[in-house]
Design a protein around this ligand. Structure first.
Ligand code: GRF
Length: 202
């Protein structure tokens, strides 16, 4: 399967997915990395000699123009799957129209708990003893799409946001690569709320 990854930050999840694709029998290839700002993720694409493009909202006259530009930039690579790995923008209606049903996002909390841009901080502030990460399909909402996989991560008494987030990312990196491979091999069956990977071990 052909994958385009979207990222906005350090891109450590992107990096781990790129490492996974180095395995000859991994069933997916990342063909491009899209960002919405200058960030370290672009450097990972360069390290792997993979195309990268930047579609930054401030460079457009508005969200609709940005949505259209991002949709065209991704469509140029004809992906089977789009993976959002730390992409800090809400994908627009044109993007969802074009790629809906095959956009995978990873979120550093056990959705529906703690959605949004500060899931790790919010979980810590709430005082939960267990949090985790969620790999899900993207729909028009924020972190609301059908869930494909989840894994719990303990919160330790001395945790600050960075320590907890890194512990979660260790799990996210593995879970994301597993889900992308499973979807690449078996596709996704989603009926409304539930999305399952046929014969899935999740
Ligand atoms: C991940 O925890 C992801 O779930 C969240 O942003 C983080 C990205 O981490 N949306 P990185 O930039 O890949 O290191």
């Amino acid at each position: 399967a052909t994958v385009v990854v979207l990222a906005s930050g350090t891109g450590s999840l992107l990096r781990s997915l790129l490492d996974a694709t180095r395995e000859p029998d991994y069933p997916a290839r990342v063909v491009a990395v899209g960002t919405d700002r200058d960030c370290a993720a672009t450097g990972h694409a360069d390290d792997f000699a993979i195309a990268s493009f930047r579609v930054a909202l401030p460079e457009y006259d508005g969200r609709a123009e940005w949505d259209n530009a991002l949709t065209e930039a991704v469509a140029a690579h004809q992906p089977d799957l789009v993976v959002s790995a730390g992409f800090m923008k809400i994908l627009g209606p044109m993007f969802l129209e074009k790629f809906g049903g095959r956009i995978i996002n990873t979120h550093p909390a056990l959705l529906p708990a703690f959605p949004g841009a500060h899931g790790v901080r919010d979980a810590l502030a709430y005082g939960v003893k267990v949090t985790g990460c969620t790999v899900h399909l993207v729909d028009a909402g924020v972190d609301t799409g059908p869930i494909l996989a989840q894994e719990a991560v303990p919160v330790l008494p001395e945790d600050d946001e960075a320590a907890l987030h890194e512990r979660i990312k260790v799990v996210e990196r593995r879970l994301l690569a597993e889900v992308v491979a499973a979807v690449a091999e078996r596709g996704i069956v989603s009926d409304g709320r539930k999305a399952v990977i046929p014969v899935s071990e999740f």
